[in-house]
Design a protein around this ligand. Structure first.
Ligand code: 5GP
Ligand code: MG
Length: 194
C-alpha cells in the first residue's frame, strides 16, 4: 500500500517552495518497492521499460534494489505539455529495441497524472505479446485522472501540485535535485528560457 499524502516541508533548495518527498523518504521507499517487486516476480527475469527522460533517476535507483535478472530498455514519449499543464495526446518518439514477446514487462515512469501516457504505452506493449505487463510509478496524482488507469506499484501519492526534482523537470531543468518539491512560482516561465 502506498503511503498517504505527505505534509510539505520548508525547502533548503533555493528553487523549491516546499519539499514534498525528501531524499531519505525516497531511499527508504525504494527499498520497500524493490522488495515488493521481488515478491511479485519470484525468480522470473524482468524486462524493464523505462519512460525517459523523467524515469531515469527513479529507474536507476530502483533497479539497484532488485535482485532478479533484468533486461532494460527505454521508451521516449514526446512531451505534450505546455508549461505545467498537459494539453493533447502523447506521441512515441524512438522505439523499443528489445523483444518483448513472452517476457514479463515492468513499465516504469516518474509520475502518473492524467493517465494518458501510461495507458498509451501499455496498449502498445500488449500488442507485442508479452507474458505480462505491470506498471510502477514513483508518484501518483490520483485526483487528476482523465483516462481510467491505475499503476500496480506506486511510490507516493501526492496532491495536485506541479513537482520537480529526482528526474522530473520544468523546461528540462531541476531533474538533478535529489528530492521532489514544488517550484517557486516566480521561477515558472523565466524570460531567459524562452
Ligand atoms: P499523464 O500522461 O499521466 O498526464 O502524464 C504523465 C507525464 O506528464 C509524466 O511522465 C511527466 O512527464 C509529466 N508530468 C505530470 N505531472 C507532472 C508534474 O507534476 N511535474 C512534472 N515535472 N511532470 C509532470
Ligand atoms: Mg514523463
Amino acid at each position: 500500500m502506498p503511503p498517504v499524502a505527505l505534509q510539505p516541508e520548508p525547502s533548503p533548495y533555493p528553487a523549491l517552495e516546499s519539499v514534498l518527498v525528501s531524499e531519505a523518504q525516497i531511499k527508504k521507499r525504494l527499498k520497500k518497492l524493490g522488495a515488493e517487486i521481488m515478491a511479485l516476480y519470484g525468480q522470473e527475469e524482468i524486462t524493464v521499460v523505462a519512460v525517459i527522460n523523467g524515469a531515469i533517476l527513479f529507474t536507476a535507483d530502483l533497479l539497484r534494489n532488485i535482485d532478479n535478472p533484468i533486461r532494460l530498455d527505454c521508451i521516449r514519449i514526446s512531451s505534450y505539455r505546455n508549461d505545467t499543464k498537459s494539453n493533447g495526446k502523447p506521441q512515441v518518439l524512438g522505439n523499443l529495441s528489445l523483444d518483448l514477446a513472452n517476457r514479463h514487462v515492468l513499465l516504469i515512469d516518474d509520475i502518473l497524472d492524467t493517465g494518458k501516457t501510461l495507458s498509451l504505452i501499455v496498449s502498445m506493449i500488449r500488442k507485442l505479446g508479452p507474458a505480462s505487463v505491470r506498471t510502477c510509478v514513483l508518484l501518483d496524482k490520483r485526483g487528476r485522472r482523465e483516462v481510467e488507469f491505475e499503476a500496480d506499484l506506486v511510490g507516493f501519492q501526492i496532491p495536485d501540485k506541479f513537482v520537480v526534482g529526482y528526474g522530473l523537470d520544468y523546461a528540462e531543468r531541476y531533474r538533478n535535485l535529489p528530492c521532489i518539491g514544488v517550484l517557486k512560482p516566480h521561477l515558472q516561465n523565466p524570460p531567459e528560457w524562452a
